[in-house]
Design a protein around this ligand. Structure first.
Ligand SMILES: C[C@H](O)[C@H](O)[C@H]1CNC2=NC(N)=NC(=O)C2=N1
Length: 95
């Protein structure tokens, strides 16, 4: 796992990266997911997303590989950049 700043806000297990984004509303959660959708489609690599009224939980794993790959790290960095752009903070300790 790279030591890059962007993925400090993610939990890492053997097989996945997970975190909670504190969107504060369902509407902001949908806008956040819409931006993530564009990145995921461009990368051909898609997060598992759990949309709730005040937060969004995201899990990244490479299903084809049955575990973590560089694609997950790259997507986590991209999602964290999108969150920063939208002033959305993350708290991986909540999941
Ligand atoms: C054909 C297509 O690129 C593959 O099925 C991609 C789609 N998006 C994916 N996303 C994730 N998270 N894991 C995969 O293995 C995966 N495979």
């Amino acid at each position: 796992m790279t030591g890059s700043e962007e993925i400090t806000h993610w939990n890492q297990t053997e097989t996945a990266l997970t975190t909670r984004f504190l969107t504060g509303s369902f509407v902001r959660g949908v806008a956040f997911i819409n931006a993530i959708t564009d990145a995921a489609e461009a990368a051909g690599h898609h997060p598992d997303v759990d949309l709730r009224y005040d937060h969004v939980d995201i899990t990244l794993t490479t299903h084809d590989a049955g575990g973590l790959t560089d694609k997950d790290t790259a997507m986590a960095e991209e999602i964290s950049r999108i969150a920063t752009d939208q002033d959305i903070s993350a708290d991986p300790s909540q999941i």
